[in-house]
Design a protein around this ligand. Sequence first.
Ligand code: NDP
Length: 474
Amino acid sequence: MAAFPEGKSEERKHMSIPNGSGASQGQWGRAWEVDWFSLASVLFLLTFSPLIVYYFIMSCDQYHCSLMDPIVDVLMGNSHLSDIWNKTPFLSWKAANIYICWVTFQVMLYILVPDFCHKFLPGYVGGIQEGAVTPAGTVNKYEINGLQAWIITHALWFVNAYYFHWFSPTIIFDNWIPLLWCANILGYAVSTFAMIKSYLFPSNPNDCKFTGNLFYDYMMGIEFNPRIGKWFDFKLFFNGRPGIVAWTLINFSYAAKQQELYGQVTNSMILVNVLQGIYVLDFFWNEAWYLKTIDICHDHFGWYLGWGDCVWLPYLYTLQGLYLVYHPVQLSTANAVGILLLGLVGYYIFRMTNHQKDLFRRTDGNCKIWGKKPQYIECSYTSVDGTKYYSKLMISGFWGVARHFNYTGDLMGSLAYCLTCGFEHILPYFYIIYMTILLTHRCIRDEHRCSSKYGNDWKRYTTAVPYRLIPGVF
Ligand code: NDP
């Protein structure tokens, strides 16, 4: 890409400037100008996302997870919207206390307990790590201690469940809707605070983007890396904790509820716990790598991340376990093994694809991929100050199969979670439908950015690797 004055070009290697650093301000991350379509999408999402979450959870609570029955009930006049609303549990002091304790505990683990896992776990990268260079040229340092937070939290959970009995392991399920209101309060509070902060005391004013459109800025965020103090990073905290640490606990709570209601935990529930548990542990094991993903490198912190991490993720990513409490499914051994294999193969593709790119980029191509030296396309881009950078796009290993085979693996795993629930209802399939839309959109968004960044080099790359997700199809 040569969108900026070539005359002053100075040449540099990509290695010292990780993951897209130095791209022009004009093409970095989210838009500077808002078109009508983007604004309409933002307004749609701001209005309907909270309703979607409520609708899903309410339909499990009141209609045994049927998405159609509430609509039919209202259309036939058997129920009014007010009846449904009146039957919905309200915010309770108990839920508020649980939620405050939960978030406070996670904040304390995040800021007060420096990572010790990297000292004894071989291969694990934790402790203080650097993120990618931001558009304004800042390199933030992060305390990577998510794995430790996850281990401590889960150890306490099990000690409680099997020894101390301070609270019931079904506590999350039993307070699920009152907790939804708490999660919403936090989600809106943190997004609003982030917006106000970006006007009054931004962490790095040069990394703020103001479009002038209040709704768009609220949703997509203004500040790139809002922080309180030196270490409390909003993106890292809210992306990983409290939502993703909670994900596995929520699933345990569902399993405990099945045990309480039916005297046993079904193999489908065990599969959901195991497969999603691997995904969550993978996330924390690779938290340092996560600093180089699109969420941290390109997205600003607004409602999309703030509310999304507090509400959307813990409530909608865990729908399979919730469904299985209402509809316990005992899979045949063949089906259970088939689903387990699909989930594990998906996970393997997801992990190996991400690992191959990480290794390739870290070593500047001086590594082995599938036992051979990787093949790649040399590419260059020019930053806003006219500096020319060099980078490489790998075309071997999984990156030679498709341009986003990591997403394909992720989608296979997502499908496996859903299949554990059988075919009686559509609700548990929301996850694969949503992930397909999310990752396809993300793929197109990322390719648009890469095409602007690398220009003709990107064209050479797409000619060498013509498909995005599934070879021969898309
Ligand atoms: P990627 O890890 O795929 O990163 C894309 C970037 O990689 C591009 O912008 C480009 O950056 C670089 N790149 C692209 N092609 C190549 C290549 N051939 N060789 C070397 N570098 C290349 O994207 P994400 O950050 O979106 O995803 C990370 C993981 O997180 C994925 O596995 C995804 O499935 C998962 N994910 C899960 C979500 C969930 O909710 N469960 C949500 C989102 C993601 P550059 O500018 O440096 O060239």
